[in-house]
Design a protein around this ligand. Structure first.
Ligand SMILES: *Cc1c(COP(=O)(O)O)cnc(C)c1O
Length: 364
């Protein structure tokens, strides 16, 4: 496989000079900072030590050092963004020529790959997953053409909840000369090793992870892309100068000290996931409960629309995915706390299938 990043990036980016911010031009220590037009008096209502008057570190070095310890990945292989959504958008911007290049998405999957491509006027080629939500190697190969720059694999996949077969992803890492992105937003909830271990083997690999799910920081907006320093240099070149706020950097750094509680939350979510599957099984109202490697599960019903409406009326909100390709009749249910899950099951117990759905159930 011939992977040459300098042939893959959009040519104008090779020469492009990035915006030079005050904090990127000088970042050592100093007596006085008079270089960034900040308000030296501070932030109204805040003491000087709790002020937000200084621009953030554009490359989030302290935070990357902590993440480096946790993930065992060197800091120069880490890019941080405003959610991993930012990394998805930047990858498309770096590698895909609008109106010419394309990406491959494997539906049913996370919608941001398609939306980010569309916003950037980049074509999306789709290669449907198989009926059991695995990679259809032939379909992906048929979708690849000379303008295909990125394949997005999501594992565990959203909204189906299952891991994709490692060997299938490896096949494309070995044989596709563009970028292979493995979105591991839900990897913390599995027992499977991350593709982070393979960064040194494959120069075309990008692993996306987020702190929004397992780490409980959705409101802070922090996501990561792990890849070679050569790839990340281009993301850094085109990102907005101060893309991760100081509030996010500092708070995330504090939160990332609490690995014990993180571990206990993950354990609880896995236990609750198992409990939910058992309860839903014994209720016998679902047509199929898909195996869940994430903190949610896709559950299919013969009468998904009326189940969904019933739950909404009872104040229980799940995600209706029943109009999504291969997810017909599917509701995506996030694992909640023990109490919340009990409430969900109690609500399900009060559900009376409509006569119409009972008849259709007999047809299955
Ligand atoms: C939630 C999610 C993300 C990213 O979320 P951010 O909050 O932007 O970091 C990425 N990929 C998948 C598959 C997700 O479900």
């Amino acid at each position: 496989m011939a992977f040459d990043i300098y042939k893959l990036v959009r040519p104008h980016l090779l020469q492009l000079k990035p915006y030079a911010s005050a904090r990127s031009e000088f970042s050592g220590s100093a007596k006085v900072w008079l270089d960034a037009n900040e308000n030296a008096y501070g932030t109204p209502g805040r003491t000087i030590n709790n002020a937000f008057h200084r621009y953030p570190d554009p490359y989030q070095l302290s935070l990357k050092e902590r993440i480096s310890e946790i993930k065992n990945i060197p800091t120069d292989h880490i890019f941080l963004g405003n959610g991993s959504d930012e990394a998805i958008d930047l990858l498309i911007k770096v590698f895909c020529l609008p109106g010419t290049d394309n990406i491959i998405s494997l539906p049913p999957t996370f919608g941001m790959y398609e939306v980010a491509a569309a916003v950037n006027d980049v074509e999306v080629k789709t290669a449907s997953l198989t009926d059991d939500y695995q990679i259809d190697q032939e379909k992906v190969e048929n979708a690849i053409d000379k303008n295909t720059k990125i394949i997005f694999f999501c594992s565990p996949n959203n909204p189906t909840g299952n891991l994709l077969a490692t060997d299938d992803i490896l096949y494309f890492l070995e044989n596709f000369s563009g970028l292979v992105v493995v979105d591991e937003a839900y990897i913390d909830f599995t027992n499977q090793p991350s593709f982070l271990n393979k960064l040194n083997d494959f120069p075309n690999l990008v692993v996306l992870q987020t702190f929004s799910k397992a780490w409980g920081m959705a409101a802070l907006r922090l996501g990561a892309a792990y890849a070679s320093p050569e790839i990340l240099a281009f993301l850094n070149k085109i990102k907005l100068p101060y893309n991760v706020s100081t509030l996010t950097q500092q708070t995330a750094l504090e939160i990332l000290q609490n690995t014990e509680q993180y571990n206990s939350y993950i354990a609880a979510i896995k236990t609750q996931r198992q409990w939910l599957v058992e309860q839903l099984n014994s209720l016998g109202i679902a047509l199929k409960i898909h195996p869940a490697d994430a903190n949610f599960m896709l559950v299919k019903f013969t009468d998904a629309a009326s189940v969904y409406q019933f739950l909404v009326d009872q104040g229980v909100i799940v995600r209706n995915r029943s109009s999504v390709h291969l997810c017909e009749g599917g509701l995506r249910i996030t694992v909640g706390t023990e109490k919340e899950n009990q409430l969900l099951i109690d609500t399900f117990k009060r559900y009376k299938p409509t006569s119409k759905s009972l008849t259709s159930q007999q047809n299955y």
